[in-house]
Write a protein that binds this ligand. Structure first.
Ligand SMILES: Nc1ncnc2c1ncn2[C@@H]1O[C@H](COP(=O)(O)OP(=O)(O)O)[C@@H](O)[C@H]1O
Ligand SMILES: [Mg+2]
Length: 180
């Protein structure tokens, strides 16, 4: 549905550009940031399989994203339906927070949960609403840095940081946007 929001196209093109490692998106709310991230996930499931981490401010928000947005996209998109099994089917091996597909997986994590950030290597890292992340994931340090560490073995990694900005001067997304 690019016609409704043509500005989303350039951002999605930047994220799928093989020469781009990092994309920072700082915008108002309700302009389709999360929607566009869903497209990025769908693209990778169907066209360029990779291990993906979608990081949300909390595990609860991650679960809501999985149920309310990711699951309907998979259900309603023929190209994705056959690739990600419904978690309700017994042999799917899929859960709300971890879904496999041929060549990759999507893991959904909460920035407040260091355990959910650790473990797997990740090539495509998608951090949504980073201004709502805590300074530290438990006692383990900056959640965005912890997540970026997961990508360090991939020459073709993708790091996408997205947020509505909060307070000028201390905003995570503002800092990332200016450095970029
Ligand atoms: N290209 C689009 N076509 C149709 N609806 C869209 C499009 N982009 C976003 N929307 C809808 O607009 C609303 C806000 O989008 P969302 O991705 O949640 O915004 P944000 O993450 O920027 O706050 C959602 O209901 C979403 O489905
Ligand atoms: Mg959003």
């Amino acid at each position: 549905m690019n016609a409704r929001a043509p500005y989303q196209r350039e951002i999605m093109d930047a994220i799928s550009n093989p020469f781009t490692e990092r994309v920072v998106m700082m915008t108002a709310s309700q302009i389709g940031k999360t929607e566009l991230l869903l497209n990025v996930i769908g693209y990778h499931v169907d066209q360029e399989p990779a291990p993906i981490l979608k990081l949300d401010p909390t595990l609860e928000l991650g679960e809501a994203f999985s149920k309310d947005r990711l699951a309907p996209m998979i259900r309603d998109t023929p190209a994705l339906q056959g690739k990600i099994k419904d978690p309700r089917s017994r042999d799917s091996g899929n859960t709300l927070l971890h879904k496999t597909f041929p060549g990759g997986h999507i893991t959904i994590a909460g920035s407040n949960s260091p355990a959910s950030l650790a473990s797997r290597p990740i090539r495509v890292l998608i951090c949504d609403e980073v201004d709502r992340y805590p300074q530290s994931a438990g006692t383990e340090g900056d959640p965005v840095s912890l997540a970026i560490q997961r990508t360090s073995n991939f020459w073709n990694r993708r790091i996408v940081l997205v947020s509505t900005p909060t307070v000028m001067g201390i905003s995570r997304i503002e800092k990332a946007y200016i450095v970029n």
